[in-house]
Design a protein around this ligand. Sequence first.
Ligand code: ZN
Length: 410
Amino acid sequence: MKNWASVYLPPAPEGIKHSPLKLKDSYSGELRELSERSISSYVCGITPYDATHLGHAATYLTFDLVHRYVLASGRSLNFTENITDIDDPLLERAKRDNQDWQDLALSQINLFRDDMTSLRVIPPTSYIGVVEAMPIVMKKIEELIATGFCYEIDGDYYLNISEVPGAIENLPLEINDALNVFAERGGDPSRAGKRHPLDTLIWMRNRPGEPFWQSSVGNGRPGWHIECVAIALSTLGSGANSCISIQGGGSDLRFPHHYMTSVQVQALTGKPFASIYSHAGMIEWQGEKMSKSRGNLVFVSKLLNEGWSGEEIRLALINRSYESDFNWESTHLLRAQEKLTRWRSNLSRESAALATPFIQELADCLANNLDTEGAIAAVDRWCMATENGSEDASPGEMARAIDTYLGISL
Ligand code: ZN
Protein backbone atom coordinates (compact mmCIF):
# COMPACT_ATOMS: atom_id res chain seq x y z
CA MET A 1 0.00 0.00 0.00
CA LYS A 2 1.30 3.44 -0.83
CA ASN A 3 2.65 4.90 2.39
CA TRP A 4 2.37 8.51 3.51
CA ALA A 5 5.23 10.98 3.60
CA SER A 6 8.10 10.27 5.97
CA VAL A 7 8.60 12.64 8.89
CA TYR A 8 11.97 14.05 9.93
CA LEU A 9 12.72 13.21 13.55
CA PRO A 10 15.36 15.50 15.08
CA PRO A 11 17.78 13.54 17.29
CA ALA A 12 17.14 13.78 21.02
CA PRO A 13 19.17 16.53 22.73
CA GLU A 14 22.48 15.45 24.20
CA GLY A 15 22.55 14.67 27.89
CA ILE A 16 18.93 13.48 28.13
CA LYS A 17 18.62 10.12 29.89
CA HIS A 18 15.97 7.85 28.46
CA SER A 19 14.46 5.32 30.83
CA PRO A 20 12.87 2.36 29.06
CA LEU A 21 9.27 3.19 28.14
CA LYS A 22 6.72 1.79 30.57
CA LEU A 23 3.25 1.17 29.18
CA LYS A 24 0.12 -0.26 30.74
CA ASP A 25 -0.77 -3.73 29.52
CA SER A 26 -4.51 -3.45 29.36
CA TYR A 27 -5.25 -7.15 30.01
CA SER A 28 -3.17 -7.53 33.19
CA GLY A 29 -3.36 -3.86 34.22
CA GLU A 30 0.41 -3.98 34.87
CA LEU A 31 2.90 -1.34 33.82
CA ARG A 32 5.43 -3.16 31.65
CA GLU A 33 8.82 -1.95 30.51
CA LEU A 34 10.02 -2.00 26.91
CA SER A 35 13.68 -2.56 27.60
CA GLU A 36 14.67 -4.36 24.37
CA ARG A 37 16.92 -2.56 21.88
CA SER A 38 14.58 -3.45 19.00
CA ILE A 39 10.89 -2.74 19.39
CA SER A 40 8.26 -4.24 17.12
CA SER A 41 4.86 -2.60 17.06
CA TYR A 42 1.66 -3.63 15.33
CA VAL A 43 -1.08 -1.03 15.24
CA CYS A 44 -4.44 -2.06 13.83
CA GLY A 45 -5.37 0.23 10.97
CA ILE A 46 -8.65 1.56 9.66
CA THR A 47 -11.47 -0.13 7.85
CA PRO A 48 -11.60 2.38 5.01
CA TYR A 49 -14.91 4.16 5.39
CA ASP A 50 -15.66 7.24 7.53
CA ALA A 51 -11.95 8.10 7.77
CA THR A 52 -10.40 9.92 9.55
CA HIS A 53 -12.51 10.86 12.55
CA LEU A 54 -11.00 12.17 15.77
CA GLY A 55 -11.26 8.75 17.41
CA HIS A 56 -8.98 7.31 14.72
CA ALA A 57 -6.65 10.29 14.98
CA ALA A 58 -6.36 10.01 18.78
CA THR A 59 -5.38 6.33 18.52
CA TYR A 60 -2.74 6.84 15.82
CA LEU A 61 -1.33 9.86 17.65
CA THR A 62 -1.03 7.81 20.84
CA PHE A 63 1.10 5.18 19.14
CA ASP A 64 3.02 7.85 17.25
CA LEU A 65 4.12 9.21 20.63
CA VAL A 66 5.18 5.70 21.66
CA HIS A 67 7.17 5.33 18.44
CA ARG A 68 8.79 8.75 18.81
CA TYR A 69 9.96 7.95 22.32
CA VAL A 70 11.30 4.55 21.22
CA LEU A 71 13.29 6.19 18.41
CA ALA A 72 14.43 9.17 20.50
CA SER A 73 15.78 6.76 23.12
CA GLY A 74 18.06 5.17 20.51
CA ARG A 75 16.09 1.96 20.05
CA SER A 76 15.14 0.60 16.66
CA LEU A 77 11.51 0.37 15.63
CA ASN A 78 9.77 -1.99 13.25
CA PHE A 79 6.20 -0.79 12.91
CA THR A 80 3.42 -2.40 10.90
CA GLU A 81 -0.05 -1.02 10.27
CA ASN A 82 -2.73 -2.75 8.25
CA ILE A 83 -5.81 -1.58 6.40
CA THR A 84 -8.88 -3.79 6.66
CA ASP A 85 -9.86 -3.14 3.06
CA ILE A 86 -12.23 -6.11 2.86
CA ASP A 87 -14.69 -6.52 5.71
CA ASP A 88 -18.44 -6.69 6.40
CA PRO A 89 -18.86 -3.02 7.43
CA LEU A 90 -17.06 -1.80 4.29
CA LEU A 91 -19.22 -3.99 2.03
CA GLU A 92 -22.39 -2.93 3.88
CA ARG A 93 -21.54 0.77 3.55
CA ALA A 94 -20.72 0.42 -0.16
CA LYS A 95 -24.02 -1.40 -0.73
CA ARG A 96 -25.98 1.21 1.25
CA ASP A 97 -24.45 4.03 -0.78
CA ASN A 98 -24.66 2.11 -4.08
CA GLN A 99 -20.91 2.47 -4.52
CA ASP A 100 -18.22 0.01 -5.61
CA TRP A 101 -16.54 -1.26 -2.40
CA GLN A 102 -13.06 -0.88 -3.90
CA ASP A 103 -13.73 2.74 -4.96
CA LEU A 104 -15.02 3.54 -1.48
CA ALA A 105 -11.95 1.93 0.11
CA LEU A 106 -9.53 3.75 -2.17
CA SER A 107 -11.07 7.17 -1.56
CA GLN A 108 -10.94 6.67 2.21
CA ILE A 109 -7.38 5.29 2.15
CA ASN A 110 -6.27 8.42 0.26
CA LEU A 111 -8.04 10.67 2.76
CA PHE A 112 -6.46 8.82 5.69
CA ARG A 113 -3.00 9.18 4.13
CA ASP A 114 -3.48 12.96 3.77
CA ASP A 115 -4.73 13.26 7.35
CA MET A 116 -1.79 11.27 8.77
CA THR A 117 0.56 13.57 6.84
CA SER A 118 -1.16 16.69 8.21
CA LEU A 119 -0.91 15.30 11.76
CA ARG A 120 2.79 14.44 11.24
CA VAL A 121 2.40 10.79 12.20
CA ILE A 122 5.54 8.75 11.49
CA PRO A 123 4.52 6.31 8.73
CA PRO A 124 4.70 2.55 9.32
CA THR A 125 7.68 0.52 8.20
CA SER A 126 5.16 -1.83 6.55
CA TYR A 127 1.78 -0.45 5.52
CA ILE A 128 -0.28 -3.32 4.18
CA GLY A 129 -3.84 -3.76 2.97
CA VAL A 130 -5.55 -7.10 3.54
CA VAL A 131 -6.44 -7.45 -0.15
CA GLU A 132 -2.81 -7.15 -1.25
CA ALA A 133 -1.76 -9.49 1.60
CA MET A 134 -4.32 -12.16 0.64
CA PRO A 135 -1.75 -14.87 -0.29
CA ILE A 136 -0.08 -14.44 3.13
CA VAL A 137 -3.43 -14.44 4.92
CA MET A 138 -4.60 -17.61 3.13
CA LYS A 139 -1.34 -19.39 3.93
CA LYS A 140 -1.80 -18.51 7.61
CA ILE A 141 -5.38 -19.82 7.52
CA GLU A 142 -4.09 -23.13 6.11
CA GLU A 143 -1.46 -23.27 8.87
CA LEU A 144 -4.10 -22.61 11.53
CA ILE A 145 -6.38 -25.32 10.13
CA ALA A 146 -3.37 -27.69 10.12
CA THR A 147 -2.92 -27.17 13.89
CA GLY A 148 -6.08 -29.25 14.43
CA PHE A 149 -7.70 -26.46 16.49
CA CYS A 150 -10.24 -25.64 13.76
CA TYR A 151 -13.49 -27.12 12.48
CA GLU A 152 -15.89 -26.55 9.63
CA ILE A 153 -19.56 -25.57 9.44
CA ASP A 154 -20.98 -25.50 5.89
CA GLY A 155 -17.71 -24.40 4.30
CA ASP A 156 -16.92 -21.81 7.03
CA TYR A 157 -13.99 -22.51 9.34
CA TYR A 158 -13.80 -21.66 13.03
CA LEU A 159 -11.05 -21.79 15.61
CA ASN A 160 -12.12 -23.89 18.60
CA ILE A 161 -11.21 -21.55 21.45
CA SER A 162 -11.69 -24.26 24.10
CA GLU A 163 -8.78 -26.22 22.63
CA VAL A 164 -6.24 -23.36 22.82
CA PRO A 165 -4.41 -23.46 26.16
CA GLY A 166 -5.45 -20.60 28.45
CA ALA A 167 -7.86 -19.00 25.98
CA ILE A 168 -11.04 -19.45 28.03
CA GLU A 169 -9.32 -19.08 31.42
CA ASN A 170 -7.76 -15.73 30.52
CA LEU A 171 -10.82 -14.08 28.96
CA PRO A 172 -10.63 -10.39 29.92
CA LEU A 173 -14.40 -10.21 30.54
CA GLU A 174 -16.95 -12.27 32.44
CA ILE A 175 -18.37 -14.82 30.05
CA ASN A 176 -21.79 -13.14 29.66
CA ASP A 177 -20.19 -9.75 29.00
CA ALA A 178 -17.77 -11.41 26.58
CA LEU A 179 -20.68 -12.96 24.66
CA ASN A 180 -22.52 -9.64 24.46
CA VAL A 181 -19.49 -7.67 23.25
CA PHE A 182 -18.55 -10.46 20.84
CA ALA A 183 -22.04 -10.26 19.26
CA GLU A 184 -21.89 -6.44 19.08
CA ARG A 185 -18.52 -6.44 17.33
CA GLY A 186 -18.93 -8.81 14.44
CA GLY A 187 -19.07 -12.18 16.26
CA ASP A 188 -21.77 -14.83 15.84
CA PRO A 189 -22.12 -16.49 19.27
CA SER A 190 -25.46 -18.13 18.58
CA ARG A 191 -24.71 -19.79 15.25
CA ALA A 192 -25.90 -23.41 15.24
CA GLY A 193 -23.11 -25.99 15.17
CA LYS A 194 -20.46 -23.91 16.94
CA ARG A 195 -18.58 -25.82 19.62
CA HIS A 196 -18.11 -22.73 21.81
CA PRO A 197 -20.09 -19.50 21.25
CA LEU A 198 -16.83 -17.48 21.25
CA ASP A 199 -15.19 -19.54 18.50
CA THR A 200 -13.98 -17.12 15.84
CA LEU A 201 -14.50 -17.34 12.11
CA ILE A 202 -11.22 -17.69 10.29
CA TRP A 203 -12.54 -18.41 6.77
CA MET A 204 -15.93 -17.57 5.37
CA ARG A 205 -17.29 -19.46 2.37
CA ASN A 206 -18.32 -17.21 -0.52
CA ARG A 207 -21.71 -15.50 -0.13
CA PRO A 208 -23.64 -14.52 -3.28
CA GLY A 209 -22.73 -11.04 -4.52
CA GLU A 210 -19.65 -10.74 -2.31
CA PRO A 211 -16.01 -10.66 -3.41
CA PHE A 212 -14.11 -13.90 -2.89
CA TRP A 213 -10.70 -15.48 -3.28
CA GLN A 214 -9.80 -19.05 -4.20
CA SER A 215 -8.10 -21.14 -1.55
CA SER A 216 -7.42 -24.76 -0.72
CA VAL A 217 -10.51 -24.68 1.52
CA GLY A 218 -12.78 -23.29 -1.19
CA ASN A 219 -13.84 -19.87 -2.45
CA GLY A 220 -14.38 -17.24 0.21
CA ARG A 221 -12.70 -14.59 2.31
CA PRO A 222 -10.85 -14.48 5.61
CA GLY A 223 -12.26 -13.69 9.03
CA TRP A 224 -11.16 -10.42 10.62
CA HIS A 225 -8.68 -11.50 13.32
CA ILE A 226 -6.60 -13.86 11.17
CA GLU A 227 -5.82 -10.99 8.77
CA CYS A 228 -3.94 -9.08 11.45
CA VAL A 229 -2.29 -12.29 12.68
CA ALA A 230 -0.93 -13.04 9.20
CA ILE A 231 0.25 -9.50 8.46
CA ALA A 232 1.86 -9.07 11.88
CA LEU A 233 3.67 -12.41 11.89
CA SER A 234 4.93 -11.95 8.33
CA THR A 235 6.33 -8.44 8.83
CA LEU A 236 7.56 -8.28 12.42
CA GLY A 237 10.31 -10.25 14.09
CA SER A 238 9.59 -13.21 16.24
CA GLY A 239 10.76 -12.32 19.74
CA ALA A 240 11.98 -14.86 22.27
CA ASN A 241 9.20 -14.57 24.85
CA SER A 242 6.48 -13.05 22.70
CA CYS A 243 6.20 -12.59 18.94
CA ILE A 244 6.12 -8.77 19.06
CA SER A 245 6.64 -5.98 21.61
CA ILE A 246 3.37 -4.01 21.37
CA GLN A 247 -0.03 -4.57 19.89
CA GLY A 248 -1.87 -1.27 19.80
CA GLY A 249 -5.25 0.11 18.88
CA GLY A 250 -8.36 1.78 20.20
CA SER A 251 -9.94 0.36 23.36
CA ASP A 252 -12.88 -0.95 21.29
CA LEU A 253 -10.39 -3.48 19.87
CA ARG A 254 -9.42 -4.84 23.31
CA PHE A 255 -12.13 -7.48 23.00
CA PRO A 256 -12.76 -9.41 20.89
CA HIS A 257 -10.31 -8.34 18.17
CA HIS A 258 -7.01 -8.14 20.02
CA TYR A 259 -7.85 -10.93 22.41
CA MET A 260 -8.84 -13.27 19.58
CA THR A 261 -5.73 -12.26 17.62
CA SER A 262 -3.62 -13.30 20.60
CA VAL A 263 -5.51 -16.62 20.88
CA GLN A 264 -4.90 -17.37 17.19
CA VAL A 265 -1.19 -16.57 17.54
CA GLN A 266 -1.01 -18.79 20.62
CA ALA A 267 -2.58 -21.61 18.59
CA LEU A 268 -0.13 -21.07 15.73
CA THR A 269 3.13 -20.47 17.59
CA GLY A 270 2.61 -21.63 21.19
CA LYS A 271 3.79 -18.16 22.29
CA PRO A 272 2.06 -14.98 23.43
CA PHE A 273 1.54 -12.53 20.59
CA ALA A 274 2.66 -9.31 22.31
CA SER A 275 4.55 -8.30 25.46
CA ILE A 276 2.15 -5.37 25.90
CA TYR A 277 -1.39 -4.91 24.65
CA SER A 278 -1.95 -1.18 24.70
CA HIS A 279 -5.24 0.58 24.10
CA ALA A 280 -6.15 4.22 23.58
CA GLY A 281 -9.40 5.52 25.05
CA MET A 282 -12.38 6.48 22.93
CA ILE A 283 -13.19 10.03 21.88
CA GLU A 284 -16.69 11.14 22.80
CA TRP A 285 -18.69 13.92 21.25
CA GLN A 286 -21.74 15.39 22.93
CA GLY A 287 -21.55 12.70 25.63
CA GLU A 288 -21.40 9.64 23.38
CA LYS A 289 -18.54 7.61 21.93
CA MET A 290 -17.64 8.96 18.51
CA SER A 291 -18.39 6.05 16.21
CA LYS A 292 -19.47 5.13 12.76
CA SER A 293 -22.59 3.40 13.96
CA ARG A 294 -23.80 6.47 15.93
CA GLY A 295 -22.93 8.80 13.07
CA ASN A 296 -21.59 11.47 15.48
CA LEU A 297 -18.21 11.86 13.82
CA VAL A 298 -15.89 14.85 13.72
CA PHE A 299 -13.42 14.50 10.85
CA VAL A 300 -9.81 15.65 10.77
CA SER A 301 -10.27 16.80 7.16
CA LYS A 302 -13.26 18.96 8.15
CA LEU A 303 -11.26 20.69 10.90
CA LEU A 304 -8.37 21.24 8.48
CA ASN A 305 -10.79 22.72 5.93
CA GLU A 306 -12.11 25.05 8.64
CA GLY A 307 -8.58 26.40 9.01
CA TRP A 308 -7.32 24.57 12.09
CA SER A 309 -3.72 23.41 11.68
CA GLY A 310 -2.46 19.86 12.05
CA GLU A 311 -0.41 21.04 15.06
CA GLU A 312 -3.48 22.46 16.78
CA ILE A 313 -5.50 19.28 16.21
CA ARG A 314 -2.53 17.17 17.34
CA LEU A 315 -1.96 19.12 20.56
CA ALA A 316 -5.68 19.19 21.37
CA LEU A 317 -5.86 15.38 21.07
CA ILE A 318 -2.65 14.48 22.94
CA ASN A 319 -3.13 16.79 25.93
CA ARG A 320 -5.03 14.12 27.88
CA SER A 321 -4.58 10.73 29.48
CA TYR A 322 -4.32 8.43 26.46
CA GLU A 323 -6.01 5.53 28.26
CA SER A 324 -9.15 7.39 29.27
CA ASP A 325 -12.17 8.22 27.18
CA PHE A 326 -12.16 11.90 26.30
CA ASN A 327 -15.11 14.16 25.69
CA TRP A 328 -14.21 16.30 22.68
CA GLU A 329 -15.17 19.97 22.68
CA SER A 330 -14.26 22.58 20.12
CA THR A 331 -12.77 24.69 22.94
CA HIS A 332 -9.94 22.12 23.09
CA LEU A 333 -8.74 23.50 19.74
CA LEU A 334 -8.85 27.08 21.00
CA ARG A 335 -6.83 26.12 24.07
CA ALA A 336 -4.29 24.28 21.90
CA GLN A 337 -4.02 27.33 19.67
CA GLU A 338 -3.36 29.59 22.67
CA LYS A 339 -0.73 27.23 24.02
CA LEU A 340 1.05 27.02 20.66
CA THR A 341 1.04 30.82 20.39
CA ARG A 342 2.73 31.01 23.79
CA TRP A 343 5.27 28.32 22.84
CA ARG A 344 6.05 30.08 19.54
CA SER A 345 6.48 33.40 21.26
CA ASN A 346 9.07 31.95 23.67
CA LEU A 347 10.80 29.94 20.94
CA SER A 348 11.22 33.09 18.86
CA ARG A 349 13.29 34.89 21.56
CA GLU A 350 17.01 35.25 21.11
CA SER A 351 17.67 33.66 24.49
CA ALA A 352 15.56 31.61 26.83
CA ALA A 353 15.71 29.42 29.93
CA LEU A 354 18.13 26.49 29.76
CA ALA A 355 15.98 23.75 28.22
CA THR A 356 17.76 20.55 29.34
CA PRO A 357 16.11 20.13 32.78
CA PHE A 358 12.66 20.73 31.27
CA ILE A 359 13.31 18.34 28.37
CA GLN A 360 14.43 15.71 30.89
CA GLU A 361 11.10 16.16 32.73
CA LEU A 362 9.26 15.89 29.41
CA ALA A 363 11.06 12.65 28.51
CA ASP A 364 10.55 11.18 32.00
CA CYS A 365 6.82 11.90 31.81
CA LEU A 366 6.51 10.17 28.45
CA ALA A 367 8.47 7.15 29.70
CA ASN A 368 5.96 6.84 32.55
CA ASN A 369 3.03 5.32 30.64
CA LEU A 370 2.95 8.18 28.16
CA ASP A 371 2.06 10.98 30.56
CA THR A 372 1.52 13.55 27.84
CA GLU A 373 -0.16 16.05 30.15
CA GLY A 374 3.00 16.07 32.32
CA ALA A 375 5.21 16.35 29.22
CA ILE A 376 3.23 19.33 27.91
CA ALA A 377 3.28 20.95 31.36
CA ALA A 378 7.11 20.69 31.30
CA VAL A 379 7.15 22.82 28.13
CA ASP A 380 4.79 25.29 29.81
CA ARG A 381 7.16 25.51 32.82
CA TRP A 382 10.07 26.24 30.46
CA CYS A 383 7.93 29.05 28.95
CA MET A 384 7.26 30.42 32.42
CA ALA A 385 10.96 30.36 33.34
CA THR A 386 11.73 32.17 30.08
CA GLU A 387 8.95 34.72 30.62
CA ASN A 388 10.30 35.30 34.14
CA GLY A 389 13.60 36.43 32.68
CA SER A 390 15.86 33.36 32.41
CA GLU A 391 18.16 33.92 29.44
CA ASP A 392 20.72 31.15 29.78
CA ALA A 393 20.44 29.45 26.40
CA SER A 394 19.13 29.59 22.87
CA PRO A 395 15.55 28.30 22.52
CA GLY A 396 16.46 26.01 19.59
CA GLU A 397 16.98 22.95 21.77
CA MET A 398 13.43 23.14 23.15
CA ALA A 399 12.01 23.63 19.63
CA ARG A 400 13.73 20.44 18.49
CA ALA A 401 12.58 18.51 21.57
CA ILE A 402 8.94 19.53 21.03
CA ASP A 403 9.29 18.19 17.50
CA THR A 404 11.12 14.98 18.46
CA TYR A 405 8.92 13.88 21.34
CA LEU A 406 5.56 15.54 20.69
CA GLY A 407 5.61 15.70 16.90
CA ILE A 408 4.94 19.43 16.79
CA SER A 409 7.19 21.46 14.51
CA LEU A 410 7.22 25.16 15.40
ZN1 ZN B 1 -6.21 -5.73 13.77
